[in-house]
Design a protein around this ligand. Structure first.
Ligand code: PRX
Length: 710
């Protein structure tokens, strides 16, 4: 494909000249260089035909065939119990075998994982497939024989970005044990809730790790976690503690006799042992990943073994364009779905080299990522807009000083502004890398919308069309289809099941149906998948060329630097402060982090000393959720704006925090409080120089409709 060809030919759709003109004015297309296309895993547009609805669901055989199966499946998709889809039924496989053993046999000396510690003076570690095989086997032996774990048991991991994390995940997978990794930045209390919800009897953690130049005490969180889990009646019998510095324990908290064990002291007993990978049914759960939604309790998204692994392998091949010889660096955290799918399972299933970096993006300076890329010869780079914005701000010219060359770069997790996109493409990608904007979520296992890099042109700010075999649709509130090119936004849904989709919410099947399907399913009894559109939870618009622009969440979730925080979780944390009567969390547009949280609280009668309460509210969020969620401001207000039925109007305070027009307040029970709050908040923000830039139309829409999801 060359850049002189017209867009319509590439779009596979018939567009009139006038429509193309409209289109070009919107955002321009950029085409992948011929050099990229010549080596791409997919460069033939016919692949869209192979993955079209006519060939569904058999098209996904292509993805499953990237794996080694112990027993091949007999049914590609069993849709007899909607919306609990079963993929590759009858098949058996082991995820650890697929990510480790089969590559170890072919390329034992190739690096599977390259680990870069945050302190620049510490040694980078290259773990070959042979070495990974050894470590995974020994760990699996320990989990089985020392912890008594077996297939179907759940284990909670609260691990930072160290190679022990993928080792433990793969050791669990080897046994068919379901892992549930909680982001290390989350608090002990948040981890405890997830231990209890998943019914884990074992917690695996580390004593400490580096972040932004500091060695953080992490074991303290394990003790908090167990206390919190205990309050919910959970029984944890063992805590396995890795040591960040072998042999040296760096935590203020003592080890608990008979409960806590240093892995390095126990693992010796299993030296050289191998564990036969347990052949698991395709539909056996591989892991849980907790995420936030409208209501307070986090949801454990349950992902399958066969369908999930096929989907991440297939999308890694086609969209990340991973070849076995690439050095691939996804600069995300394994504690999130991106890391599970596109640091660990997808890249390792394809037998490539995946880089794991421990620390912060700009430590000790904003040149760090580019030094890592240069030194390791990284040629595929994957990160989130928040990191891109931060690196751009801290060192816009730095990438040019380093000698690295990416063939492909990925952005994920939040909408990316076209301007930031262009810097990423031109400066980081040196004008030569292909940018893939991948839109998806925890629940979906892998990509839903993205440009197939060797086939479709890029368009800054749009993720592209539906991914292969994914058929999106945008509905209005009444369930009517919103046509492409109408300029109208609506609720984006996926019309069909796909192998990477979550199986259920752990322990809450009814909530699964309610949250994702109830809105647009017309007939609960229908056995036809076409009657079960999956509600993604995002607002979107579709252009005439079929490309989607994602506008953000429609539920009450605040996306801070790509971390999904539930409004209700934030508010419940603040309500634990005894002085607080009411709490409401709202998003504020932030140049670097996408959104930040602001919290409004009202106090119980007779309580004074608001500044102390502000600090307490921030601390409550930090201990119960984590630092990422810490609100920028806590505003103590005399009264919240409310509807006549007593509901807090979050859209009104969100507008105030963002200096947007508060809209119609005539239906409030107490419209007179609004002006006072506006004055109080905005004058302080003006003093602190916290006035956001002019909001875009879509940001205004988000703010003005905030909190109306219930
Ligand atoms: O709003 C969308 C946003 O992130 C949400 C999913 O968050 P989470 O489950 O934490 O998974 C993040 C990693 C996949 C989505 O509902 N989002 C994700 N990717 C994009 C995005 N928004 C715009 N563009 C993207 N590429």
């Amino acid at each position: 494909m060359t850049s002189t060809e017209t867009s319509a030919e590439h779009m596979g759709t018939t567009l009139s000249e006038a429509q193309i003109a409209v289109h070009w004015r919107e955002e321009e297309y950029l085409y992948p260089p011929a050099r990229f296309v010549a080596q791409a895993n997919s460069a033939d547009p016919d692949i869209y035909h192979r993955f079209s609805e006519d060939n569904f669901p058999e098209c996904f055989r292509d993805y499953a065939d990237l794996l080694d199966w112990d027993r091949y499946w007999h049914t590609t998709l069993d849709s007899s119990d909607p919306p609990f889809w079963k993929w590759f039924v009858g098949g058996r496989l082991n995820a650890s075998y697929n990510c480790v053993d089969r590559h170890m046999k072919k390329t034992p000396n190739k690096a599977a994982i390259i680990w870069v510690p945050e302190p620049e003076g510490q040694l980078t570690e290259a773990i070959t497939y042979r070495e990974l095989y050894r470590r995974v086997n020994e760990m699996a032996a320990l989990l089985r024989d020392f912890c008594g774990l077996q297939a179907g048991d759940r284990v909670t991991l609260h691990m930072p970005m160290v190679p022990e994390l993928p080792v433990v995940m793969l050791a669990c997978a080897r046994l068919g044990v379901v892992h549930s990794e909680v982001f290390a930045g989350f608090s002990g209390t948040a981890c405890g809730g997830r231990i209890a919800d998943s019914g884990s009897r074992v917690l695996i953690t580390m004593d400490s790790y580096y972040r932004d130049g500091k060695l953080l005490d992490h074991k303290v969180k394990a003790d908090e976690a167990l206390e919190a889990a205990g309050k919910e009646g959970a029984q944890v019998s063992k805590v396995l503690v890795f040591r960040r510095h072998p042999g040296e324990y760096r935590s203020a908290n003592p080890m608990v006799e008979g409960r806590d064990f240093f892995v390095d002291e126990v693992i010796g007993r299993y030296a050289g042992q191998t564990v036969e990978p347990v052949s698991m049914p395709a539909e056996a759960p591989l892991f849980l990943m907790y995420t936030s939604g409208t209501t307070g309790r986090p949801k454990g998204a349950q992902h399958s073994t066969g369908g999930y692994l096929s989907y991440v392998a297939g999308t890694s091949k086609h969209y990340l364009d991973i070849h076995p010889d690439d050095t691939y660096w996804c600069f995300a955290d394994i504690g999130w779905i991106t890391g599970h799918s596109y640091i660990v399972y997808g890249p390792l299933a394809l037998g490539t080299t995946t880089v794991v970096y421990e620390g912060a993006p700009a430590y000790p300076d904003a040149g760090r990522p580019w030094r890592i890329a240069e030194r390791l010869g990284v040629n595929i780079f994957h990160t989130a807009p928040t990191t891109i914005r931060m690196l751009r701000k801290a060192g816009p010219d730095l990438p040019a000083k380093y000698d690295f060359r990416f063939k492909l770069m990925v952005t994920v997790g939040e909408p990316i502004e076209p301007e930031v996109w262009r810097w990423y493409h031109q400066v980081v990608g040196k004008g030569d890398a292909v940018v893939v904007d991948t839109w998806w979520m925890t629940e979906t296992g892998g990509f839903l919308g993205a440009t197939l890099p060797g086939v479709k042109p890029m368009k800054p700010g749009s993720c592209g069309p539906g991914a292969l075999g994914i058929y999106p649709v945008i509905y209005d509130e009444e369930g009517k289809v919103i046509d492409p090119g109408s300029g109208r936004a609506g609720n984006i849904c996926i019309r069909n099941p796909w192998p990477g989709i979550m199986q259920t919410i752990w322990g809450q099947p009814e909530r699964f149906v309610q949250t994702y399907y109830a809105k647009y399913n017309q007939d609960r009894a229908s056995k036809d998948w076409r009657d079960w559109p999956f509600l993604c939870g995002d607002g979107a618009v579709q252009a005439l060329d079929g490309y989607y622009r994602i506008l953000g969440r429609i539920d009450d979730v605040i996306n801070v630097s790509g971390h999904r925080l539930g409004t209700k979780e934030l508010e419940s944390a603040v309500l634990t402060v005894p002085e607080v009567a009411e709490a409401a969390a709202v998003p504020v547009v932030d140049e670097l982090r996408g959104r930040v949280v602001e919290m409004y609280i009202s106090l119980k009668p007779g309580v004074t000393g608001p500044s102390e309460v502000e600090e307490k509210a921030k601390a409550a969020i930090e201990t119960q959720i984590g630092k990422v969620a810490r609100p920028r401001n806590v505003w103590v207000v005399p009264d919240m704006p409310k509807t006549r039925s007593g509901k807090i109007m979050r859209r009104v305070i969100a507008s105030i925090s963002n200096f947007a027009d508060v809209g119609d307040i005539s239906t409030l029970a107490n419209p007179d409080v609004v002006e006072g709050i506006r004055h109080q908040v905005q004058s302080r923000k003006l003093q602190r120089n916290e006035v956001p830039r002019q909001l875009t139309q879509k940001e205004l829409e988000e703010i003005r409709s905030y909190g109306t999801a219930e």
